[in-house]
Write a protein that binds this ligand. Sequence first.
Ligand code: ADP
Ligand code: MG
Length: 333
Amino acid sequence: ATPTATMVGTAIGARTGVLFKGGDVLERVRDTDTVVFDKTGTLTEGEMHLTDVVALEPTTSGETTDGGTADREAAGGKTTTDGGTETLTDELEPEDKLTEEFVLAAAASAEHGSEHPLAQAIVEGARERRIDVEEPSSFENVPGHGVRAETSHGEVVVGNRKLVRDEGIDPSPASGVMERLEREGKTAMLVAVDGYLVGVVADADEVKESAKEAVNDLKERGLDVLMLTGDNDRTAKAVAEQVGIDRENVRAEVLPDEKADVIEDVQSGGKRAMMVGDGVNDAPALASAYVGTAIGSGTDVAIEAADVTLMRDDPRDVVKAIRVSAGTLSKIK
Ligand code: ADP
Ligand code: MG
C-alpha cells in the first residue's frame, strides 16, 4: 500500500474502533481467507453462570448392588445396605451428602482458588444458593482440564473426563447427564470426592447477539469460518450451530498450548488465517496467525500479540476490519 492508503485505512479504522498495528497489516487483513474464532469471550459473552447441579446415584466401581435400591434408600435417609457390600453410602453421611447441595459445596470450595471463568461461575452460583464456600487447604490447577483441592468435604476433583480418568475414576456413570448438558451448549464438569464420582455441575455462556451476523457476513464474503476452543466437542458444536459455523469447522478440546499448532495446521494448506481471540491462552495462536486480532476487553497479552485490536466487544468488527482494508487499498492505488 502507498503511505497514503495506509494512513487513510488506519485513520478510518481507528475512528470506528479498529486499530491496525503497522504498515502491512491492511494488506494482510485484506488477503485473509479464513477466520478462526476463539469460542469463549469472543463468540460468547464470556460471562459464565452456573446452570445445573446434578447429584449422581451412588455406585462403587467394580461392585454390583441390587440395582442401586439399597443405595437409593440409604441416600434417602435409611441406613440399610445389602449385607456388608461396600457402597459409597457406607462412608458418607446420607443426610448431608450425595445431594445437590453437597455436590455444589464440594465443587465451589475446590474452585475457590481458581480464577478461571468456569470456576468463578461455580463459586458465585453456590453463594447465590446460600451454600458455604470455604477456602481449600490445598489447591492445584490443571490447565485445560480442571482443579484438584483438599477441602473439608474431602479430596475434590472438578473438571473434564480426562482429569477424572487420570485420577483413576470412571466417568461413564455420568455420561448421560454430561451429554444432555453438552448438547444444550453448556460446559459440564464432573465432580469427584475422595475417589467417588458424586455429581456434575454445568456452566453456560450466552452467544453474542452479533456473532451470528458476523459469521454470516464473513461466509457471504467467501471466507471460511472456524471455531477453536478448549471446551468439549459436543458443547462446541452446539454453540457453533447457534452462530452458523459448520460442524466440521469446529476444533474443540484443544489445550491452551496447542492452539497455535491448530492455526499452523490450518495455514499449512496455504490458507491465510485471521485468529480472533481475547484470552491469555490465545496469545501464541494470535502470533502464529497470518493476522492476529484481539477483541474487546482482551487481555494485555492478547493485545500485545495482535496485529489488529478491536476496541469494542463486537465480532462484526472483524467484518468491518476486512471491509476497511479492502476498501482503502482498492480505492487508493
Ligand atoms: P477455554 O478454551 O474455554 O478457555 P480451557 O482450555 O480453559 O477452555 O478449559 C478446557 C476445559 O477444561 C473446560 O471446558 C473444562 O471442561 C475444563 N476446565 C478448565 N478449567 C476448569 C476449572 N477451573 N474447573 C473445572 N473445569 C475446568
Ligand atoms: Mg480461554
